[in-house]
Design a protein around this ligand. Structure first.
Ligand code: 5GP
Length: 127
């Protein structure tokens, strides 16, 4: 696997504080902020602080502490959004688009968390 991380991508600039964001949660491993063009009533992006292009890059090269920290941060973001079904929230959808087939626009790993309404089925039938 060979990934080259471009540190001029928009989320790298957000992490460096060069572009403002509407922060929902932040810790040592992750930053979560509202999507600038929300596709649901609640639409938050969670990104790791390390330089990873997508999820398979992250899974292969991030340290155990980063993987655990990022995963725990996603749970904390769900709590901050008030969407955890186990705590009375209405639930959510997590999406991590990668590469061409996934139609990934920004080349820094990000997990979308969408909620605020029933979102319908995940994918349309393709046949
Ligand atoms: P992708 O298609 O790569 O999975 O999604 C990228 C997401 O980033 C899109 O939903 C888009 O609206 C969001 N986005 C792009 N630029 C910015 C930005 O400058 N700020 C924020 N908050 N979101 C952005």
């Amino acid at each position: 696997m060979a990934y080259t991380y471009d540190d001029q991508n928009i989320f790298a600039k957000i992490l460096r504080g060069e572009i403002p964001n509407d922060t929902v949660y932040e810790d040592e491993f992750a930053l979560a902020f509202r999507d600038i063009q929300p596709q649901a009533p609640q639409h938050v992006l969670v990104i790791p602080k390390g330089p990873y292009v997508n999820y398979d890059h992250f899974a292969a090269e991030a340290s155990d502490a980063e993987v655990v920290g990022f995963t725990r941060a996603i749970g904390k973001v769900c709590a901050a959004m008030g969407v955890e079904p186990g705590a009375g929230g209405m639930g959510y959808r997590m999406i991590a688009n990668s590469g061409e087939a996934g139609v990934q626009e920004v080349q820094h790993l990000h997990v979308h968390i969408a909620s605020g309404r029933v979102l319908g089925r995940m994918l349309k039938r393709f046949d």
